[in-house]
Design a protein around this ligand. Structure first.
Ligand code: DX5
Ligand code: ZN
Length: 220
């Protein structure tokens, strides 16, 4: 069985006490912290940018998995690297010169990921897969936390897994959107190695720590 990483998305955290929220999930065994950057253009929502990444960098030593839901992300790669991001994920839909952007991320010494919206076919990966460290399959339409998982995406994850296995390179396969203890084990079985979870962790009635442990149990 592949090692499964859990990456809580701070989009759903209580931002009044971000440090406490991050410490809670770290204590419960979070592997990465997922940071959703939105620009109000690529997606119909605005969230946060470099200052929050820099603040997180001071709070935690966990890898910061920065998901750029922004147009022309090449404008900000260096700034996010300086702020302390470890992994930068760009959307294929936002990058006409995807190869250049991926090389740019790697040139900064960071891990490079590509994200695909639900309606984007996996065939866009064909020429870029050998150059990436990570593929993120959106299992909701990006823009908001707390949306319902799109069931059909499980099959897409399975097909993405086959593409990755054919390459025989260590590429993480991440799922993002509507992930919780009820669907996590199916997603891992389909081939996911990184589970992003926002609402199911930070909005759990019994708290983030218990929720994260539940998610871990679901995939063990
Ligand atoms: C959505 C973001 C997700 C979001 C997931 O656009 O990319 O990372 O925070 O949140 P949940 O787990 O609540 O669907
Ligand atoms: Zn995300």
């Amino acid at each position: 069985m592949r090692e499964v990483k859990i990456a809580p998305s701070i989009l759903s955290a209580d931002l009044r006490c971000l440090a406490r929220e991050v410490e809670a999930v770290a204590r419960a065994g979070a592997d990465w912290i997922h940071v959703d950057v939105m620009d109000g253009h690529f997606v119909p929502n605005l969230t946060f940018g470099m200052p929050i990444v820099a603040a997180l960098r001071r709070i935690t030593s966990l890898p910061l998995d920065v998901h750029l839901m922004i147009e022309a992300p090449e404008r900000y790669l260096e700034a996010f690297a300086r702020a302390g991001a470890d992994r930068l994920i760009v959307h294929v839909e936002a990058c006409p010169h995807l190869h250049r952007v991926i090389q740019g991320i790697r040139g900064l010494g960071l891990r490079a990921g590509v994200a695909l919206n639900p309606a984007t076919p996996l065939s866009v990966l064909e020429e870029i897969l050998p150059d990436v460290d990570q593929v993120l399959i959106m299992t909701v339409n990006p823009g908001f936390g707390g949306q319902a998982f799109i069931e059909r995406m499980r099959e897409k994850v399975r097909r993405a897994r086959r593409m990755i296995d054919a390459l025989d390179r260590p590429i993480e396969l991440e799922v993002d959107g509507g992930v919780g203890p009820e669907n996590a084990s199916d997603l891992v079985e389909a081939g996911a190695t990184v589970l992003v979870a926002g609402a199911s962790i930070f909005e759990a009635p019994d708290g983030a720590e218990a929720a994260l442990r539940r998610l871990r149990q679901a995939v063990e």
